[in-house]
Structure formats: C-alpha cells, structure tokens
Design a protein around this ligand. Structure first.
Ligand code: TXA
Ligand code: MG
Length: 316
C-alpha cells in the first residue's frame, strides 16, 4: 500500500472515531460505516439510509480474533466457517455480548459479524483498531429498499446528498462479487442460511459436515429478506422478452429482443452477479420504466442472483 493510501486510511479511521460516517468498499457491495460503539454515529446511519430503527446492522471486524469481543456461545462449526471463508463474503450471526448494544443490533439479542475481503476495508479496520474503534457497523450504502451500490460513484449518487462535511467515501473500485454476503445464523445446532450469497449451501455443508437448513421466506427475519428490496425505480420483469424501449439483462448467449436496450451481457454467473446492480442503476439513469431480466439457471451464485431479482421485481 502506498503512503498516500495509508494516510487516507488513518484519516478515515480518525473520522470514524470522531463520529463521522465513512462509506467504504468491500468485495460484496459498498458499506456505510460508523463506529459500532458510538450511538450517535450509528443513529446517523439510520437517518442517511432512511432505514427503520429496529433493523440490525452488520459489524465489520478486522479478524476472527475479534468475534469473542462482540459475541458469545461461539460454536465449533462457526469457528470452522470463519477460519475457512474470512476474509470473505459471509456474515455470521451469534448471540451478542454486552459490547453489542441495542442501538446497533436493533434490540435483538444477536449480532452479525463479517471480515470483508478488500484491502481498503481491511486496512481501515486495522487503523480503526489501533485507535480503539473495534468494529465498523455498516449496512449497504444505499437508501432503504434500493439497489446496493457497487462503486463509489453509485454511493455518491445514492446518499451523497445526505452526507455532512465530515463524512467520507473511500473509492476502492468496483466490487468484485457484486452481491451482498451470505448470512448464516450460527445460533442453533446447525447453520441456517438467511440470505444466499457467494458462500453457498454446498460450501457450508462441506466445511461444517452439517446439514444446512434451507433459507425459506417464512423463517427469514432480516430486512434484506423483505419482499420489496434491492429494487431500482424501473419495474423489473422476470424471464420476460423485452419489447422495444425496455431495458434488457441476460447472459451473453441470449440475443437482445428487437428495439430493447441491452444493459448487460455477462458471460458467466459470476460476472452476472458483478454487473447486475450497476446494470439496474444504468436502467434508472436512462429513465427506463421497465427492465426485463432473463435469470441465470443453476445453483451456486445463481441462487443469490435469483433471490435478489425476485425481490427487485416486487417494486419499490
Ligand atoms: O455484503 C454485505 O453483507 C454488505 C457489506 C457492506 O458488508 N452489508 C450488507 O448490510 O448487506 P445490510 O445491512 O444491507 O444487510 C445485512 C442484513 C440486513 O437485512 C440486516 O437486517 C441483517 O443483515 N442482520 C444484521 N444483523 C442481524 C442479526 N443480528 N440478526 C438477523 N439479521 C441481521
Ligand atoms: Mg442492504
């Protein structure tokens, strides 16, 4: 890392410590960060996002050694998952410790933790730790219910107008994964997926040797599982051949219907995840009323893509 980047990170850590908000890149999507122990700073996250107060925030930590500061009753299988997939696109939910206050957990008795896999995010977390900021609370850096930002420009467009002069956006390029982390409830005898992501059920079962309960809408209690979520302004139609003037997103081998406006042509499922949110934003920027999307088939990351698209299609 250059000295310039190191300076930027220590300044950003100081900003967090003084109560400012810092939006930062992760490998999944950009997060809107605040010092997880600072009630006033955390309250501003809810203001800027327009998010209901009882929705818990995910805490980003520098390493798995920090789990025990924020959480209790840590099972062996959770340790195995953290060791294997962190830093990475996976959030683990534990029983909270006394350090995780109501203002950050939305009053729940659990806390969600993640070590992100991005050099700027990890550098920021390390700088924070040096000055006593032990976790960064950070939801995705979008207005509530809207598409998560995968670039610094998208963060600026989403929430820049709600920022005050002390707040910062760190630019770490386009997010590599492009979809939010897999959320795994680790409070039971076996892991339970609450939000599908790049760490898949098969990967979790292989590492833990346990049968993972399937995520099902009725059991999910996270805001990202609300029906209307991850939604652009345009109406999203699933598995529908676009007509002239409508936006169109599909794998590269699907031809563009005549007159439709192609917003993305990913070659693979991974690329589909990476470009999906910027394609939806692009459709909004072009003022399109409708975006037709041909969903990817198969399992793995395709499950997470279909999960987000299903919610995006419910409208805002
Ligand atoms: O990839 C990600 O997870 C990104 C990056 C920035 O790390 N963050 C993210 O945060 O997607 P957010 O707040 O947009 O989505 C996290 C979801 C929310 O739906 C929240 O309600 C849920 O996780 N959540 C957080 N803590 C929880 C808890 N203790 N129990 C249940 N759900 C929780
Ligand atoms: Mg979100």
């Amino acid at each position: 890392m250059s000295n310039c980047a190191a300076d930027t990170l220590s300044n950003a850590a100081e900003s967090l410590k003084s109560g400012a908000l810092v939006a930062f890149p992760t490998e999944t999507v950009y997060g809107l960060g605040a010092d997880a122990s600072n009630e006033k700073a955390v309250a501003r996250i809810y203001e800027v996002k327009g998010r209901p107060q009882d929705h818990p925030l995910i805490l980003h930590i520098a390493s798995m050694n920090d789990i025990s500061y924020w959480a209790e009753d840590i099972s062996d299988y959770a340790i195995g998952l953290a060791r294997t997939f962190w830093p990475g696109p996976m959030m683990l939910i534990f029983k909270r410790s006394d350090a995780a206050k109501d203002f950050v957990t939305g009053g729940q008795d659990t806390v969600g933790l993640r070590v992100p896999d991005h050099s700027l995010a990890l550098g920021l977390l390390q700088e924070c730790k040096k000055i006593g900021v032990l976790a960064i609370a950070a939801p995705s850096a979008n207005r509530f219910g809207h598409v998560s930002p995968t670039t610094a420009v998208a963060v600026q467009e989403e929430i820049g107008s709600y920022f005050s002069a002390q707040d910062l956006i760190l630019d770490g390029g386009a997010a590599q994964v492009g979809l939010e982390s897999t959320i795994i409830d680790c409070t039971g005898d076996a892991p339970r997926i609450l939000r599908p992501g790049a760490i898949t059920q098969a990967m979790i079962e292989e590492v833990t040797g346990l049968k993972v309960s399937e995520s099902s809408e009725s059991t999910i209690r996270v805001s990202g599982s609300l029906e209307k979520h991850y939604a652009p302004n345009a109406q999203v139609l699933l598995d529908f051949q676009a007509t002239a003037g409508q936006g169109f997103i599909a794998l590269a081998d699907v031809a563009t219907p005549i007159g439709a406006i192609r917003l993305a042509s990913p070659q693979t499922t991974d690329e589909y995840a990476r470009v999906l949110y910027s394609a939806l934003r692009d459709g909004d920027a072009q003022g399109l009323k409708t975006i037709a999307v041909i969903q990817p088939s198969g399992d793995g990351l395709a499950i997470a893509i279909r999960d987000r698209l299903m919610r995006a299609s419910k409208g805002r």
